[in-house]
Design a protein around this ligand. Structure first.
Ligand code: G
Ligand code: G
Ligand code: MN
Length: 405
């Protein structure tokens, strides 16, 4: 049983809900039987029917806290699972926009139809209009998302998506260690759209599965290009690739990772797969199995935005992790805020003790580079060294010596 759904029991004869009460949860009947009825103004009781195990009751409370349209009474001892409005809203927000819109519209129309029927029959009033606000808010959001999903698919097919590569510098040796591949979308009308906006759309629609092999192969191509253009300056540079939680729902990842380096001189350890703590914790068991497979084949795993997730430290030794990328938010404050500095120190110590390398992200100033070097941090990624670059500029960057001045 999902821990969000609390169990509730009633005795035969108990009233579970009364017409007119405000409700903010629905029930799924696990055991027992209930009777659904309305009480008319003259006090007469009209029974709609009974419901048993597997049925849902009080479902309209999931979309709004409006009055219950009927009363429900237990006719046997009952056990229910409770679904709260908050829980339902959260799940709905996580679901596909079309599923969300359809669910909201159907539940809203259902409530309107019922209340219209009641009002017309009992009070001879005109029918209320549909809950226009809720419906239009839901649909405008959904339309926007569906539109973007279609445009993204088209854009992907038409070559509007491309990569930039941000150098990652080994600060102990002043060498280019590798780079992070960052996807970009040049939309024909809207210009550049940030990955924070379109990646969630790609995840929701499943387009991300088509993107991943491309992501990996473009990363591998960039490694080859850098290696070839600057053999004296770089030694086995790595490409850091951002993965999504969807990549851990399918078994394809290992196969795709192997494929991207097939027939190349690239070693698996040059492919760094970045995942966030959130992805790690959303399905820990399955994720661990996939990561262990990747690790057996020597692919390299990095934790992105490290320090911002809600995970416990214990996951660090339960997963095969090679690198921690300290989130930019800590760096932003480290020079002014002693606590941020203390956190950074402990993250570096943790990484060193567990044999993981550390990348500090979002470094923009020289004094931060110096501070991180003294703290024993291995690598830095940030505007101080370079913004994300197109491939030609990355190659030029790789050819030049790196000087901190
Ligand atoms: O470049 P920057 O603003 O552009 O990137 C924003 C966010 O988008 C980063 O947190 C990064 O993890 C994510 N991102 C960039 N490229 C990709 C990608 O190819 N795949 C996934 N899943 N996320 C990406
Ligand atoms: O995947 P991740 O969330 O780590 O993505 C890195 C993001 O951080 C990218 O959007 C990249 O453009 C951005 N970034 C990298 N270095 C800097 C920096 O020095 N300053 C700022 N403001 N952003 C940076
Ligand atoms: Mn990243």
């Amino acid at each position: 049983m999902n821990k969000n759904n609390i169990l509730k029991t009633y005795k035969a004869g108990d009233i579970i809900m009364s017409q007119g009460d405000h409700g903010d949860y629905a029930y799924i009947i696990e055991e027992g039987r209930v009777e659904i009825y309305i009480e008319k103004e003259d006090g007469e009781k009209q029974v709609f029917g009974t419901r048993g195990p597997g049925s849902m009751i009080g479902e309209m409370a999931l979309i709004d806290s409006g009055p219950r349209t009927a009363s429900i009474r237990a006719i046997k001892d009952c056990k229910f699972l409770i679904i709260t409005q908050d829980d339902f809203t959260r799940r709905l927000n996580e679901s596909d926009p079309i599923v969300r819109m359809t669910t909201e519209v159907i539940l809203t129309r259902y409530r309107d139809t019922l209340s219209r029927a009641l009002i017309n029959k009992d009070r001879k009033q005109s029918a209320p209009t549909e809950s226009v606000e809720l419906q239009s808010a839901a649909s405008s959001n959904a339309i926007e998302q569906v539109k973007m999903a279609n445009e993204l698919k088209e854009g992907f097919e038409k070559g509007q998506l491309f990569f930039q590569f941000q150098p990652i510098v080994d600060i102990q040796n002043n060498r280019l260690a590798g780079f992070e591949s960052l996807m970009r979308w040049n939309h024909p009308e809207r210009g550049f759209i940030r990955p924070d906006i379109f990646i969630p759309v790609a995840e929701q629609t499943g387009l991300i599965h088509e993107m991943t092999p491309w992501l990996l192969s473009e990363g591998a191509k960039a490694i080859e290009a850098v290696q070839k253009a600057a053999p004296d300056m770089v030694d086995k540079p790595f490409a850091s690739i951002n993965l999504s939680s969807n990549n851990f729902q399918k078994a394809a990842l290992l196969k795709e990772a192997k494929k991207c380096i097939k027939n190349t001189d690239i070693k698996p350890e040059q492919i760094h797969l970045e995942i966030t703590e959130r992805v790690l914790m959303s399905n820990p068991e399955k994720t661990r199995l996939i990561l262990e497979e990747l690790e057996q084949d020597n692919f390299h795993i990095s934790i992105d935005d490290f320090g911002t997730g809600y995970s416990s430290l214990s996951y660090l030794h339960n997963f095969p992790i090679h690198t921690l990328k300290i989130d930019r938010s800590f760096v932003l404050e480290m020079m002014e805020n002693e606590k941020s500095m203390a956190l950074i120190k402990s993250m570096i110590a943790l990484g060193n003790n567990m044999n993981m390398s550390i990348i500090a992200e979002g470094i923009e100033h020289k004094q931060e580079v110096i501070a991180f070097k003294e703290l024993g941090c291995d690598m830095i990624q940030g505007y101080y060294f370079s913004r994300p670059l197109n491939l030609d500029d990355l190659i030029e960057y790789a050819k030049k010596p790196i000087i901190v001045d």
